[in-house]
Design a protein around this ligand. Sequence first.
Ligand SMILES: Nc1ncnc2c1ncn2[C@@H]1O[C@H](COP(=O)(O)OP(=O)(O)OP(=O)(O)O)[C@@H](O)[C@H]1O
Length: 251
Amino acid sequence: MTDHPMLALEHVGLRIGGARILHDVSLEVRTGEMLGVIGPNGAGKTTLFNVISGVMKPTEGVVALDGRDVTGEPIHRRAAAGLGRTFQTSSLFPALSVLENVRLAAQAHAGGATSVLRMPRRTDAATEAAFAALAEVGLADRADAEASGLAHGEKRKVEIAMLIAMNPKVVLLDEPMAGVASGDVPAITEVIRGLHRGGRTVLMVEHHMDVVLGLVDRVAVMHHGELLAADTPEAVMANPLVQSAYLGEAV
Ligand SMILES: Nc1ncnc2c1ncn2[C@@H]1O[C@H](COP(=O)(O)OP(=O)(O)OP(=O)(O)O)[C@@H](O)[C@H]1O
């Protein structure tokens, strides 16, 4: 067991121009923990993910990954250190097959390449990793399908398979249920549960409260760029600060 958290934010702040986007956010996420991040629109959830993944550099504070200060490191260094992320918008290459999309992720990871323009050669290992990732999300039988023809829920699963193929220690999921038909929500929920069972540390921004509360160990509540609470779902729902500041607001 490690004696440090897998992910730690210490007094993280972000100012853009005169605007205070994040303020004094301190949060520790244990190895293997699943944390939900909730809050009204504009609360700073995506910005928090941007600061963790290296898309944005905080103007104050420290981000540590597996005990190492990564605050000044670019995205690809954090990815190589085991940080994986999905985005709100689809990141698939529509004209490629499901397998090719996932294999690209595996190859980019194995070769350290961050761009398809510098793509390393196809390897059997990458194909194996891609098939294993597709099997984990239950899409092995769709390997040859063109990505553009997939249903929304299937696209989300492929994106998660791409993450798995990169063998991350920490996974950031940004609204995995966005645009997913309600009938597909249970299947995606199971895929996320599987990610967690595999020993990965998972952080998830999600507006579907029932999904979040049913999945996570703890919930972090953002409001106006601050962390209001980080506690079990039961404790967070019972927290009067959260009730008045978050649940009282239209989302
Ligand atoms: N690059 C930027 N420049 C200026 N303001 C920004 C920038 N990025 C985010 N913001 C502002 O910071 C605030 C937080 O935005 P963010 O997207 O992190 O919120 P969110 O909680 O993810 O919202 P949503 O639930 O709508 O996705 C918003 O007021 C947004 O307008």
